[in-house]
Design a protein around this ligand. Structure first.
Ligand SMILES: *[C@@H]1O[C@H](CO)[C@@H](O)[C@H](O)[C@H]1NC(C)=O
Length: 190
């Protein structure tokens, strides 16, 4: 890569909940990968994931404001950091089975369902519903949250909404023969 690789840091006074919660999600997911191979390392990853999640959640703020030109104009946080906090909590629940993280997911999911997001991509304004089921990227974690959480609410009708319907919509927007397919495929040349 020929772009600048400058690094930045966050503090309690200059927080960045979206990037910290994303790191917590990655650490929690990694702890699952290592659980059977190296239990000590797995526990260390999980403990650190919890710490980083607490940092993200207890010192809420956008890295937009703390890092400024380091992330904007391109990697601005357009849709807020609640989706990343929920994403982090969902992975922490999967990794730890700690009910508090599941409660966090359930009690906050509605807050990201209804917001409207205006994203500026290469000079074009793109409008997206905050609850967009098909988005998954640096800004929006919706598709990931829905697919991940569907794993454990699948057989529990009272907890399925909005995760399972949204995950179904995502898959139906991707499958080649789906009537609601909305993506285009490359030719897949070798
Ligand atoms: C981050 O900056 C962009 C561009 O100015 C703005 O649209 C967005 O609302 C900001 N996000 C937050 C969470 O402040």
């Amino acid at each position: 890569m020929d772009t600048s690789r400058q690094s930045y840091y966050l503090t309690q006074k200059k927080p960045g909940s979206e990037v910290s919660a994303e790191i917590a999600a990655a650490l929690a997911a990694s702890s699952i990968v290592f659980r059977k191979i190296d239990d000590r390392y797995s526990n260390m990853l999980l403990a650190r994931a919890k710490q980083v999640f607490d940092f993200a959640n207890n010192h809420r703020g956008s890295y937009n404001d703390s890092i400024g030109a380091g992330v904007c104009p391109f990697y601005c946080d357009f849709n807020g950091y609640m989706d990343e906090l929920i994403w982090g909590a969902a992975w922490l629940y999967k990794a730890s089975n700690d009910q508090n993280y599941w409660n966090f997911v359930k009690s906050n999911i509605q807050s990201i369902e209804s917001s409207i997001v205006v994203r500026n991509i290469k000079g074009f304004k793109v409008l997206a519903n905050g609850g967009s089921f098909s988005e998954f990227g640096w800004d929006s974690k919706h598709a990931g949250i829905n697919v991940l959480v569907s794993q454990w609410v699948m057989n529990n009708p009272s907890n399925q909404s909005p995760f399972v319907p949204n995950a179904n919509n995502l898959i139906c927007s991707l499958l080649p023969n789906s009537p609601t397919k909305s993506v285009t495929y490359s030719k897949g040349k070798r």
